[in-house]
Design a binder for this molecule. Structure first.
Ligand code: PGA
Length: 249
């Protein structure tokens, strides 16, 4: 059985006071939830405040990106060791916004994944097609390439995949549960080609306009094991409802 994982991707939102305010409202709303792993990925500047706030709770902290070197002359970058040091358990890698705006490629995704694993971080690896690719019928080719190249030489199964169709991110358009399931099933087959039977244990999250209103129907799909939530994770109430997806209809 795969334990569901619901992760918040705050992107470039939330100052330190906003982060503290969020957790003081959010933690009571998810207190006692132990059948879902809850992860929050604040911006780097709020990681310390977030870690302090979640101490002793059921919430884990994630980075939104990392650089693959341990240390050195890389102005503006953050290393895997720094993320571990500040208390991160997870790190998001290869988000489509990084691919789109910051030159991320399957090769750099692969380097980041290796660096994260070597530092003891669990990577949340994002894959997904653009609208143009979907309309051209290239969805599966794109997913296959992103997974095969992104996971090159990775022999580690404590990782998480997030399927995020680019056309559904921040647009209010969600993939239907059936579309998500089709993609997730394909991703699981690709994972089993690379990693064998352990692919059954890997959690595949859906991301792209997940909200309290659509989370239950997405989570009802056999291969949808959680969500990576952007906009709806910025408010304690809506994110807590997503975490408590079993209570939504
Ligand atoms: P969204 O973002 O929920 O605002 O669509 C999801 C993501 O980009 O991870």
């Amino acid at each position: 059985m795969r334990k569901p994982l619901i992760a918040a991707n705050w992107k470039m939102h939330m100052t330190v006071p906003e982060t503290r305010g969020f957790f003081s409202e959010f933690l009571p709303l998810v207190k006692g939830v132990d059948d879902v792993d809850i992860v929050v990925a604040p911006p780097f500047t709020s990681l310390h405040a977030a870690k302090e706030a979640v101490q002793g709770s059921n919430v884990s902290i994630s980075g939104q990106n990392l650089f693959w070197e341990e240390k050195g002359a890389y102005t503006g970058e953050i290393s895997p060791i720094m993320l571990r040091d500040i208390g991160c358990e997870y790190v998001i890698i290869g988000h489509s916004e990084r691919r789109q705006y910051f030159g991320e490629t399957d090769e750099t995704v692969n380097k980041r994944i290796h660096a994260a694993i070597n530092a003891g971080l669990k990577p949340i690896i994002c894959v997904g097609e653009t609208l143009e690719e979907r309309e051209k019928g290239e969805t599966f080719n794109v997913l296959s390439r992103q997974i095969t190249a992104g996971l090159k030489d990775v022999r580690f199964d404590d990782l998480v995949i997030a399927y995020e169709p680019v056309w559904a991110i921040g647009t209010g358009k969600t993939a239907t549960p059936e579309m998500a399931e089709e993609a997730h099933l394909f991703i699981r087959k690709e994972l089993s080609n690379l990693l064998g039977d352990t692919a059954e244990e890997i959690r595949i999250l859906y991301g792209g306009s997940v909200k309290p209103e659509n989370v239950a129907s997405l989570m009802a799909m056999e291969n949808v094991d959680g969500g990576l939530v952007g906009g709806a994770s910025l408010k304690p109430e809506s994110f807590s409802k997503i975490v408590r997806f079993r209570e939504q209809n």
